[in-house]
Design a protein around this ligand. Structure first.
Ligand SMILES: CC(C)(COP(=O)(O)OP(=O)(O)OC[C@H]1O[C@@H](n2cnc3c(N)ncnc32)[C@H](O)[C@@H]1OP(=O)(O)O)[C@@H](O)C(=O)NCCC(=O)NCCS
Length: 158
């Protein structure tokens, strides 16, 4: 398995995966065309990166087998940027084979290489599988020394 950062020439593929992800979870989704434009901009932005997992040893495997989207921003919370894992997705038929773990490990390696000091991930409370996955790798939503969960508030502006 290879996990690599991909450039904006892969924006259409990333957009297709994003639509698959949104559709699987019955989330409203922008069109592939809209997402392709957004991905192209993000992939060209030095404050973001997209990873693809690929399996060249299995010609029958979908390509890519999964992807991750990360954005980085300045912060006063820590030295270096704060990274947000915006998306992490493995194609349904290849889950539970370590691809998500490989993508997350590469994300953390890349964020560290860029000087990042902290990572955030938003997860739906009902998504027990994803929460177990992230907690296994050291992510938490109850800060040490407290007994209440951190919550994410959103307001759409467009
Ligand atoms: C969350 C997600 C990215 C994890 O990817 P994945 O490739 O399935 O993850 P892994 O295979 O590395 O680990 C998942 C499970 O497989 C197990 N596993 C890890 N490596 C394994 C291997 N080589 N063989 C078999 N099982 C393995 C892990 O122990 C884990 O077990 P768990 O069910 O107890 O949690 C994936 O399930 C997914 O795309 N889900 C839908 C989208 C989603 O929820 N994304 C997160 C939104 S915030």
């Amino acid at each position: 398995m290879q996990v690599q950062i991909v450039g904006s020439e892969h924006a259409a593929t990333a957009a297709r995966l994003q639509v698959d992800f949104n559709s699987e979870f019955d989330s409203p989704t922008p069109t592939v065309e809209v997402l392709q434009r957004r991905f192209a901009g993000l992939m060209d932005d030095p404050a973001a990166f997209v990873l693809f997992a690929r399996d060249g040893d299995r010609p029958d495997a979908p390509d890519p087998t999964g992807y991750a989207v990360v954005t980085l921003r300045p912060t006063v919370y820590c030295e270096g940027p704060l990274a947000v894992l915006d998306e992490l997705y493995v194609v349904p038929e290849l889950r539970d084979q370590g691809i998500g773990t490989a993508l997350l490990a590469r994300v953390i390696e890349e964020v560290r290489a860029r000087g990042g000091g902290e990572m955030h991930i938003n997860v739906d409370e009902v998504d027990a599988d994803a929460r177990r996955f992230y907690e296994r790798y050291g992510f938490y939503n109850v800060e040490p020394g407290t007994d209440y969960r951190m919550l994410c508030y959103i307001r759409e502006l467009e």
